[in-house]
Ligand binder design. Structure first.
Ligand SMILES: Cc1ncc(COP(=O)(O)O)c(C=O)c1O
Length: 386
């Protein structure tokens, strides 16, 4: 099988499970217990927080463990909603739903949310941000890399604007971690979201970085774990696995970057040159090293995914993209792409385990399937397909 859906989830690094196993089997002490078993678990969490912090150049005490990217994003939006005097958020129209839906909910409760538009390459115009910030603005939240089209937003520049205007800046870096170097000291980010399973760690665990001094109320309350910020007994095994994933991600960053780029460039070149009526969606330069999003005009993206699946090749659409336009990708829609282009799009995301041989297989299979699908396409005559 060829797995090319690494923006959805990734395969764990080989030795992570082995390091997690003791915490499932015999190191089951509650990290809040004061006896030795508890202390062992607590130490394992502290060590993992150091590894997570090291990946983004923060302090370990600025890392709060969550159940993943969704919870971290919800925590931020929910947290700022307690601000009595400032009820304005600036975000973008192409954020992940774990930012957009909590924002939509706040709007129903009287918040004002500005959704920054993107150009036809999926890039935000940063010049607008400064003008849009008012004394009512409590948060700017802009993702680093988009999960569907891989576009890289200039978060350093945005963080500088927010810093100058004294407004909190949050970035969802779920898709950029491991692909682009993140340094919270250098880029003045106040809050940042991470997810373990996107960087070859276990699922169901992630983190929210909160800069020392930033006040954010907790989203989940109860037993008072993690200094009262995020209650609930910690999933020690998962946290240990996440910590190792961060360590390996940091160590292998350059090697992986070169690997992703080599495979991406090869695949992209061959697809664009050998499959006619194909367009790359998203910016070709300001783009994550592992992301490709193509529209193969004249066919339906979901049909293509289903056919590839029969050959044990796994890719995805950015989001559910059915004949019903309301379900079409909100990202591609925001870029102003035609329905036909959105409908024919698929996302290919490369991972650390992919090989050049797999890319070659992918091209051969893709060409064969696309020819078959185009042969029976209702748009056959429009494009002169054989
Ligand atoms: C950009 C982005 N943010 C947040 C999430 C949610 O992360 P998790 O699956 O850890 O909840 C995802 C997952 O696809 C994502 O791509």
């Amino acid at each position: 099988m060829i797995y090319l859906d690494n923006a959805s989830s990734t395969m764990m690094y080989d030795d992570i499970l082995d390091k997690m196993m003791p915490f499932f089997k015999y190191r089951y002490g509650n990290p809040s217990s004061i006896h030795k078993m508890g202390r062992l678990s607590n130490t394992a969490i502290k060590n993992a927080k150091k590894q997570i912090a090291c990946m983004i150049n923060s302090k370990p005490e600025e890392i709060y463990i969550t159940s993943g990217g969704t919870e971290s994003n919800n925590t931020v939006i929910h947290g700022v909603s307690y601000n009595k005097y400032q009820n304005h958020i600036i975000t973008s129209s192409i954020e992940h739903d774990s930012i957009l839906l909590p924002c939509n909910k706040l709007e129903k409760n009287g918040f004002r949310v500005t959704y920054l538009e993107v150009d036809d390459n999926g890039l935000i115009n940063t010049q607008n941000i400064e003008k849009l910030i008012t004394d009512k603005t409590c948060l700017v939240s802009i993702m680093h890399v988009n999960n569907e089209i891989g576009t890289i937003q200039p978060i350093r520049k945005i963080s500088e604007i927010c810093n100058k205007k004294n407004v909190l800046f949050h970035s969802d870096t779920v898709q950029s971690a491991g692909k682009i170097c993140i340094d919270v000291q250098n880029s003045k980010i106040d809050m940042l979201t991470l997810s373990s399973h996107k960087i070859n760690g276990p699922k169901g665990v992630g983190a929210l970085y909160i800069r020392n001094g930033v006040q954010l109320p907790p989203f989940i309350i109860g037993g008072g774990q993690q200094n009262g910020f995020r209650s609930g007994t910690e999933n020690v095994a998962n946290i240990v696995g996440f910590g190792i994933a961060c360590k390996l991600t940091k160590t292998n960053m350059l090697k992986n970057f070169m690997h992703f780029n080599m495979l991406k460039n090869y695949l992209s070149y061959r697809i664009l040159h050998e499959i006619p009526h194909t367009v790359l969606n998203g910016d070709s330069k300001m783009r994550a090293s592992n992301n490709l999003n193509f529209s193969f005009l004249g066919i339906n993206g979901e049909d293509l995914i289903t056919k590839l699946d029969e050959y044990e090749i796994f890719v995805s659409t950015g989001s559910a993209c059915k004949s019903n336009t309301s379900k079409a990708s909100h990202v591609l829609k925001s870029m102003g792409l035609s329905y036909e282009r959105i409908n024919s799009s698929i996302r290919i995301t490369i991972g650390i385990h992919n090989t050049m041989y797999e890319m070659k297989q992918m091209v051969v299979t893709l060409k064969k399937i696309i020819e078959e699908l185009r042969h029976v396409s209702p748009l056959k005559h429009k494009y002169n397909f054989k």
